[in-house]
Design a protein around this ligand. Structure first.
Ligand code: NDP
Length: 419
C-alpha cells in the first residue's frame, strides 16, 4: 500500500509506470508528473481500466524546487522516482528533502550547461584530482549524504540497468560466489535493429554526450583515461552473437570502485555498429554534438538540442526494433582460496518488450529496475537514512524481483573472457 510520484514521462518512465501498474499491490496510487502534461494524460488513459493502481497526473517543472516541493507536499507520496533527465537530479533531491520523502533515480547528475563557470571550476578540479573527464560524476549527489541522513530519508541512486542491475549483480556475486572480486567487465550489448541509418535508444542528448566522451577504466586504485572509442574488442554474446564493442566511461565504475573492497580493475564495454560510429563521428566533426549555444538567424540554439529534434524519438522505436539485448558482468576473483570466474547476464527481446509494454528493450531494461528500486524503498526492504548506490544493499530481493518482473538472469561459470 504505497503512493509513488514519478517525474518524467519519456521512454524509461513509460515502462516504469506500466510496471508499477502491474504491481498494484505495492503501488496502490501513482502520480505521473512531467513537463508536458498531455503525455502523462495519454499514458493514464491507456493504462486505466487495465490496473487497480489509481493514477493521477500533473504538470511540473522539476527544475523549480518550490513548485515541485509544493506538488510533493500536496500529493504526499511515500517516495519520488526521478525518471526525467540527469539535469534535474539535484533540484528533485532538494524538493524531496524539503517535503520529507525518499528519492530514487536511474542516472547521476550532469549539468545541462557545461559552460557554466561555477560548475566548470569544480569540474576542472575534479578532472585533475580524479583523472576522468566525463561531465557526470557522483560527487554532486554523494554530497547530499549528511542531509539525507539527518532527515532520516533514503536516496537510492542509479537503479536502471547500467548502473543499477549491473551493480546489484556485483553485490550478488560478492555475496554468493566470491570471497574477493578482482576484476569486473560490464558488457552492454544491443543486438537490436531499428532500421534507421542513425538513431539513439534513449534520450539522444544524454546518449551522445556519453558515447562521444573519452573512455576510462579503473585499475589499481586509479582512473586510466583513453581517447573515445580507442579500445575495441569483439565478444560472442549468448543469444545475440559476435559483436564489436568499445570501452566507455560509465558511472557505475565510480561507485563500484568505492564500494567493492579489493577490486583491481573495472571496465565497461558497449557494442556499436559501424553505421552508428560513422554518423556520430561525422556529427561530432561538424559541431552538432556541441552543448555550447550558437546564434542562428537571430536565435540562440544549442547544436545537440537541435540534433535531438531531427533524430527519431527513442519512444517511437518500439514497433520497428527487432533482436535482443544482452547486458551483464564478468567477474573474476577468489573463492575458498581458488580462482573463479563467472558471468551474470540478462537477455531481453525488443519485440517481446514491445508486445508487453509498447517500448523497446533499452527503455524496458531501465524502467523495470527503476520500478524494482522504488518498490524496495517504499516497502522498507531497502530503506536506511543516507545516499546509496544499488550495490550497497542486500541484492537478494532485487535479484528475485528481476526474475519476477521480466528481466530473468543467468549465471555461467568459466565464461569467455575479454582480453
Ligand atoms: P526521455 O527524454 O524519453 O524522457 C525524459 C522525460 O523527462 C520527458 O518526459 C521530459 O518531458 C521530462 N522532463 C525533462 N525536463 C523536465 C523538467 N524540467 N521537469 C519535468 N520533466 C522534465 O528520456 P529517457 O526516458 O530516455 O531517459 C530517462 C532517464 O533514464 C535519463 O536520466 C537517462 O539518463 C536514464 N537512463 C538510465 C539508464 C540506466 O541503465 N541506468 C539507461 C537509459 C536511460 P517532455 O516530455 O516535456 O520532454
Amino acid at each position: 500500500m504505497s503512493k509513488l510520484m514519478i517525474i518524467g514521462c519519456g521512454g524509461v518512465a513509460s515502462v516504469a509506470i506500466h510496471k508499477c501498474c502491474q504491481n498494484s499491490e505495492v503501488f496502490t496510487e501513482i502520480m505521473i508528473a512531467s513537463r508536458t502534461k498531455s503525455k502523462c494524460d495519454a499514458l493514464k488513459e491507456k493504462l486505466e481500466g487495465t490496473t487497480k493502481t489509481v493514477i493521477t497526473t500533473a504538470q511540473v517543472d522539476a527544475e523549480n524546487v518550490e513548485e515541485l516541493t509544493a506538488l510533493i507536499r500536496d500529493y504526499q507520496p511515500d517516495a519520488v522516482l526521478n525518471v526525467a533527465l540527469p539535469y534535474q537530479d539535484l533540484t528533485i533531491m532538494d524538493a524531496c528533502l524539503a517535503a520529507g520523502v525518499d528519492y530514487i533515480d536511474t542516472a547521476n547528475y550532469e549539468p545541462e550547461d557545461t559552460d557554466d563557470p561555477e560548475w566548470r571550476a569544480i569540474y576542472e578540479k575534479r578532472c585533475e584530482e580524479l583523472g576522468f573527464s566525463a561531465y557526470f560524476d557522483y560527487s554532486w549527489q554523494w554530497n547530499y549524504q549528511k542531509k539525507f541522513q539527518d532527515a532520516g530519508l533514503t536516496a537510492l541512486l542509479g537503479t536502471g540497468f547500467d548502473p543499477g542491475v549491473t551493480s546489484v549483480y556485483t553485490a550478488y556475486a560478492l555475496k554468493h560466489y566470491f570471497d574477493e572480486i578482482h576484476t569486473i567487465d560490464i558488457l552492454d550489448c544491443n543486438g537490436g535493429d531499428h532500421g534507421y541509418p542513425f538513431a539513439t535508444n534513449f534520450n539522444p542528448e544524454i546518449n551522445l554526450r556519453e558515447v562521444s566522451a573519452p573512455g576510462s577504466y579503473w585499475e589499481n586504485g586509479k582512473w586510466v583515461e583513453i581517447p573515445a572509442m580507442s579500445i575495441h574488442r569483439t565478444y560472442d554474446f549468448p543469444q545475440v552473437g559476435v559483436k564489436d564493442m568499445y570501452l566507455l566511461h560509465h558511472e557505475e565504475i565510480e561507485s563500484l570502485a568505492k564500494n567493492i573492497p579489493g577490486v583491481k580493475r573495472i571496465r565497461f564495454f558497449m557494442t556499436f555498429g559501424q553505421s552508428y560510429l560513422t554518423h556520430m563521428k561525422c556529427l561530432e566533426n561538424v559541431g552538432m554534438l556541441s552543448t555550447t549555444p550558437v546564434q542562428f538567424n537571430g536565435q540562440e540554439i544549442v547544436p545537440i538540442q537541435f540534433l535531438k529534434e531531427l533524430l527519431p524519438d527513442p519512444a517511437t522505436l518500439g514497433p520497428r526494433t527487432v533482436g535482443k539485448t544482452n547486458i551483464g558482468c564478468i567477474f573474476t576473483g577468489i573463492k575458498d582460496g581458488k580462482e573463479r570466474s563467472i558471468y551474470i547476464y540478462n537477455v531481453c527481446d525488443h519485440q517481446e518488450c514491445y508486445k508487453e509494454v509498447g517500448s523497446q528493450a533499452i527503455s524496458y531494461t531501465t524502467g523495470v529496475p527503476a520500478m524494482i528500486g522504488a518498490m524496495l524503498v517504499v516497502t522498507g526492504q531497502w530503506k536506511k537514512p543516507g545516499v546509496f548506490n544499488t550495490e550497497e544493499f542486500d541484492p537478494d530481493p532485487y535479484m528475485e524481483a528481476l526474475n519476477r518482473f521480466g528481466l530473468p538472469w543467468q549465471v555461467v561459470e568459466h565464461p569467455q573472457m575479454v582480453d
